[in-house]
Design a protein around this ligand. Sequence first.
Ligand code: AMP
Ligand code: MN
Ligand code: MN
Ligand code: MN
Length: 299
Amino acid sequence: MNIDLHIHSTESDGSLTPAQIVASARHLGIQAISITDHDTVSGVKNALGVSRTLGVGCVSGVEVSAAAPPLFDIPGSLHILGYGMDPDHPGLNGMLGRLLKARLERFPKMIEKLNALHIPVSYDSARAFAGKAPVSRPHIAQAMVAAGAVASVDEAFARYLANGKPAYVDRYRIGLEEVISTVSEAGGVCVLAHPGLIRMKSGKTIEELIRRLAQMGIKGIEAYYPEHSLEQTRFFVSLADTLGLVVTGGTDFHGAVRPEIALGSGRGDFSVPADLWERLTGLLPGNRFVSPPQRNEGA
Ligand code: AMP
Ligand code: MN
Ligand code: MN
Ligand code: MN
């Protein structure tokens, strides 16, 4: 019995719609899911609705790119998962709206940089890959592959789009305090995403960072993640225990954008224990944006 609480849909940079993800979860026997699109909750209501129909557990979700506390000197963003927010909460939508506006300003600049490097890719061609979602770097990477400028999405990131590469433009980030308070005002809780991927230039340890985040109001750690070693997972589970935090987990499924990662099972050898669902939703009593799994029903 497993769950998957970190999933991207066509509302951000994934390739399946929220409804397709829920149907796929049911088919695979995954008990509960959360769709955690980048900086948007636009797929949440649809996911909750289809989940209720199909009997798959579901909690509203989001993955926000936050600015890390400065002392830790973390390049790029700290990814914060939010669970249980009201997707119609005005404060939450105001904050996410600022991120969307910044995104719409950032990508034309990246296209300009690529064009200056003689890469024949247009904003419209990236938009075609984005569908109705806002453009993000994987969509630009897909347009670059289609234009024959690079052989793969990975190559597009490695040579041009990754932080520090020639077409990279830094993004606008919301401070962690505001992310935590806004998610909380919207009825949700924050969890630190994939801590094993965090790199710090300050020489401080990941334990120091997580202790600081716990003081700031983070309620959980995503200990189960396909890129984490067994040792890392054990370490984060034990640290969560020490600090009174919950543990969550998910695959970071993106569909065809990252075909090597499967829903619920990552590279095939991965699973998130289903009992973590009870711990997480135990923090959200009476929450209207939690839909429990229906038991005694075969997939
Ligand atoms: P954006 O939010 O537009 O900056 O795009 C970030 C997204 O790009 C992440 O959520 C990942 O899905 C994807 N991504 C980041 N780095 C890489 C990489 N090195 N290779 C492939 N995809 C990446
Ligand atoms: Mn992504
Ligand atoms: Mn992330
Ligand atoms: Mn993610």
